[in-house]
Design a protein around this ligand. Structure first.
Ligand code: GLN
Length: 329
């Protein structure tokens, strides 16, 4: 079983590597989709970059392709910022400010819940901006440092903001600015909205590689402890909140189909990254910049779909022994 993957189990280790190598060769020629260009700096990315990484909860890593290539984390950061806000304020307060309902709308829809005026969930832009505005700290620098320190715990090394992507988004992110104004109007954001937006744009511009994504996902799979450094990144009581919203909202208006077909909590970003979490087993990271119409990586979705089938990862699959390799029918 995959949850028994450990360094002594060479057969399974080589099987996982074979599976990701196969998927990489199978999908590297897939040329559908287009890279995000509404943030000018992001349009410069090479669309052929492609990597798949898996990190098991016992700290083994499996990687193929351009896994050392750095890119900005974008919306995948929302998962981790939500965790920090939960730690700062607790579940009940956060629920009064950001809902947990899937929208069925695009990630950048300018909508709030009619009745409560809350943004629908922390995985879409409006909800993520509200979440980020709740990060504690006496001044912008302290809030940014707390955010970077949080990413450091998940990744296991110091992280940096890509200043060109940050400034590119700050100078063109009028849609996100409109959402922030709407929330300010309804009293859902207290903070200076330019400061909240800056921190949101900075968190989106944190540089990661595909292996980092898999380590971050594996940390969530491992009840909040980074399986490589063994450092706790988040209080374990919030893991279920994070994974629940990832499961229902992480893939935007594809979240329902993703839950149905792939069946594991996940989050995508317009960088072309996807993280997927198999609780108590492994974290998956995929990076391939061309996106489908909903803003999810085309190859990333295909790879996760096949991984889920080949490794029987769907959380509700009881037709085969969950997590066993080679049980595809
Ligand atoms: N920084 C991006 C934005 O706010 C993140 C969106 C995404 O990755 N889907 O538009």
């Amino acid at each position: 079983m995959v949850n028994q993957v450990n360094s002594g189990d060479l057969e399974i280790n080589s099987s996982l590597l074979t599976v990701i190598n196969d998927l990489h060769s199978q999908y590297k020629s897939l040329s559908e989709g287009a890279v995000a260009n509404y943030i000018p700096e992001l349009a410069k990315v090479n669309p052929d970059l492609f990597s798949i990484c898996i990190v098991s909860v016992d700290g083994q890593d499996y990687k193929v392709g351009d896994w050392e290539q750095f890119f900005t984390i974008q919306s995948i950061s929302k998962v981790f910022a939500y965790g920090l806000a939960l730690e700062d304020h607790g579940r009940n307060y956060i629920l009064t400010r950001v809902g947990v309902e899937p929208t069925g709308d695009a990630f950048n829809a300018i909508i709030l819940d009619e009745q409560s005026k809350r943004p629908y969930n922390p995985m879409v832009n409006a909800g993520a901006i509200a979440t980020t505005s709740l990060i504690k700290g006496s001044a912008p620098t302290e809030r940014l440092n707390r955010m970077l320190e949080m990413f450091r715990r998940y990744i296991g090394r110091d992280v940096f903001v890509d200043i060109s992507v940050f400034t590119s988004e700050r100078s063109t992110g009028h849609r996100n600015r409109a959402m922030a104004h709407l929330m300010l109007n309804f009293g859902m954001i207290d903070q200076n909205i330019e400061q909240a937006l800056d921190l949101y744009f900075q968190q989106c511009a944190v540089l990661v590689n595909c292996r980092d994504l898999a380590v971050m996902a594996a940390t969530l799979a491992n009840r909040g402890i980074n399986p490589i450094t063994k450092e706790r990144a988040i209080d374990k009581r919030y893991i279920k909140d994070i994974l629940s919203v990832m499961y229902t909202c992480g893939m935007y208006n594809f979240a329902g189909e993703w839950a149905y077909k792939i069946g594991i909590p996940a989050k995508s970003g317009i960088c072309g990254g996807i993280i997927a979490v198999v609780p108590n087993k492994m974290g998956i990271g995929v990076f391939s910049p061309p996106l489908d119409a909903r803003g999810n990586s085309v190859r990333g979705v295909k790879v996760c779909e096949e991984l889920s089938q080949r490794l029987s990862l769907h959380l509700f699959d009881c037709s085969s022994e969950n997590g066993k390799l080679g049980t595809e029918e």
